[in-house]
Design a protein around this ligand. Structure first.
Ligand SMILES: [Zn+2]
Length: 66
């Protein structure tokens, strides 16, 4: 038989525990190369650049309409 809690866990304590479970909006910065939003400290998924140089090759680079 599985262990059972001796007392009812109040909804207030349950809510306090779950107060940290919310989905957070990811922090975004604009790429200095293509000015599209990207994750900080990550290679830009749009132009493939990091720290001022191209690190990965993007198959079809999306050009911003001028
Ligand atoms: Zn970029």
């Amino acid at each position: 038989m599985a262990p059972l809690p001796k007392k009812k866990y109040p909804k207030a304590r349950q809510g306090k525990r779950r107060s940290h479970l919310g989905v957070k909006v990811p922090a975004l910065v604009n790429c200095p190369q293509c000015h599209n939003p990207k994750l900080p400290h990550h290679v830009c998924p749009t132009c493939g650049s990091y720290n001022g140089r191209e690190v990965i090759e993007i198959a079809a680079p999306k050009k911003k309409p001028a």
